[in-house]
Design a protein around this ligand. Structure first.
Ligand code: C2O
Ligand code: CU
Ligand code: CU
Length: 491
């Protein structure tokens, strides 16, 4: 707070002196709102579903071609974009627990890339982090067995230090993992009908339609777009045909934090977080979502009704100055839901969604702690692909602690694991962080503790990543790597 006051006073002094009048102007222009301003003239695009081809014995093969192309992102303009099996974004992959899968990832982009399966439990060599680079013209063919609970995951490039740019150009897609338990639940599950992907990305455009990569003079987090695209659709509407609609929210933005709600304040039910279903639905009116996070919500509509999915100004926990330049004062209309005159009846949501799995280990001292500092380091170190930052025993559950020692918004994502938040900013995990997670927002000055379920794929040579999912921070080096090993770890 004191730093906020000092920087504010400095700004005021400069402005009064006429020296920094520009800063005052920048401050005044730094917030964005599209609330009440969209015409919702465009039908929401639904990414095609890709189920994989059975290859002989028991492998499901997915062909993914990373390519360039042009898209009409803003109506009437043409934008050069990147995508998977198409010019922008990629298909939604449907994977089933127990299946053996093989991905055939062909890089037809003009740059080296990788494809990372965010939230997937898999061997490090199949993870698609910065070490599994695919050169232009090459194909990468990782395989693994799907071994995790029903959840909404996603895939995106991870080449260091170009994740920021490549995801912004449009290389990203959703993954739906299904399992038998979840498929028995009476949940909305017809893809694109009452089970709807909602991929949120913010972009800036030049007048001629080109993507604008500039980052704003004082933005502490990088690109913040003034236009929000949902599944690549500008100002979208979705025709609702059932009483209950399940929205699978994915924040695939570079830096923007959303605060999801409905325009009339009606509550919705949160049923799943990053890595699976909650024990029971939780009624919420607001849901924060930082980059990389997912959430499944169920929204009820009456026949003929309209409701707008909106992002309210998010509480970033920053001082007002940093918050304003990190999007903390921004609000957006995202998607209009239009209910038909008659709606299919939906069964009520089940009271129990998944077995109760309270965190198993009593929180003592943390096994590992990490400090996020500035805009590009962890524990004072920038990412070094040749340095292993931590070694962890396969199959263990460890208490990790992450502190945001800066005034800047950060979050924290760990590859190959899932975790449960046990302590959040001095209190208990709020309801929206009570389920299985792999990415968590860490407010400035605060500490988050979580129990990490380490994977059981040991490999002393190939690391998994942990990093801030604000992509500019990640690319600047706010990333580390750990290996999972069989033996007791060296300390
Ligand atoms: Cu979503 Cu390291 O990634
Ligand atoms: Cu990841
Ligand atoms: Cu960060």
């Amino acid at each position: 707070m004191r730093r906020a006051l000092v920087s504010f006073l400095v700004v005021v002094a400069l402005a009064v002196a006429g020296v920094g009048a520009g800063l005052g102007v920048l401050y005044a222009r730094a917030d964005t709102s599209t609330v009440g301003e969209l015409d919702f003239a465009n039908e929401l695009r639904i990414p095609p579903l890709l189920e994989g081809e059975a290859d002989g014995d028991s492998e499901q093969v997915f062909d993914l071609r990373l390519q360039t192309g042009t898209s009409e992102l803003l109506p009437g303009t043409t934008t050069e974009t990147w995508g998977v099996n198409g010019p922008h974004l990629g298909p939604t992959l449907r994977l089933v627990r127990g299946d053996r899968v093989r991905m055939e990832v062909r890089n037809e982009l003009p740059a080296p890339t990788t494809v990372h399966w965010h939230g997937m439990h898999l061997p490090a060599e199949a993870d698609g982090g910065p070490h599994q680079l695919i050169e232009p013209g090459e194909t990468w063919s990782p395989g693994w067995t799907i071994d995790q609970a029903a959840s909404t995951l996603w895939y995106h490039p991870h080449p260091h230090p170009d994740s920021d740019e490549q995801i912004y150009r449009g290389v990203a897609g959703m993954i739906l993992v299904g399992d038998t338990e979840a498929s028995r639940l009476p949940l909305p599950r017809t893809y694109g009908v009452d089970d709807v992907p909602v991929i949120l990305q913010d972009k800036n455009f030049h007048d001629d339609g080109r993507l604008d990569f500039s980052k704003g003079l004082i933005s502490p987090t990088g690109i913040l777009g003034e236009d929000i695209l949902v599944n690549g659709t500008y100002a979208p509407y979705f025709d609702v045909g059932a009483e209950l609609t399940r929205l699978r929210l994915l924040n695939a933005s570079n830096a923007r934090v959303y605060e999801i709600g409905l325009d009339d304040g009606r509550p919705f039910e949160l049923i799943a977080t990053d890595d699976g279903l909650l024990e029971a639905p939780v009624g919420l009116e607001r849901l924060p979502l930082s980059p990389g996070e997912r959430a499944e919500i169920v929204v009820g509509l009456d026949p003929g009704e309209r409701a707008v999915l909106r992002s309210h100004a998010p509480d970033l926990g920053t001082n007002f100055w940093d918050g304003r330049f990190a999007g903390g004062d921004d609000s957006f209309d995202l998607l209009e839901l239009r209910a038909a005159a008659t709606l299919e009846a939906s069964p009520p949501l089940p009271a129990r969604l998944a077995p109760a799995e309270p965190p198993e280990v009593a929180p003592g001292p943390a096994a590992r702690s990490f400090e996020l500092g500035g805009q590009g380091s962890i524990d004072g170190l920038e990412f070094d692909p040749n340095r292993i930052d931590a070694e962890a025993p396969a199959g263990a559950t460890e208490l990790w602690e992450v502190r945001n020692a800066s005034g800047t918004p950060h979050n924290f994502h760990v590859h190959g694991v899932r975790f449960r938040v046990v302590r959040y900013a001095g209190g208990q995990a709020p309801p929206h962080l009570a389920g299985w997670k792999d990415t968590v927002y860490v407010p400035p000055g605060e500490t988050v503790r979580f129990l990490v379920e380490l994977g059981d794929y040991a490999d002393p040579n190939v690391p998994y990543m942990f990093h801030c999912h604000v992509l500019q921070h990640q690319d600047r080096g706010m990333m580390g790597q750990f290996v999972v090993v069989e033996a007791a770890p060296r300390r």
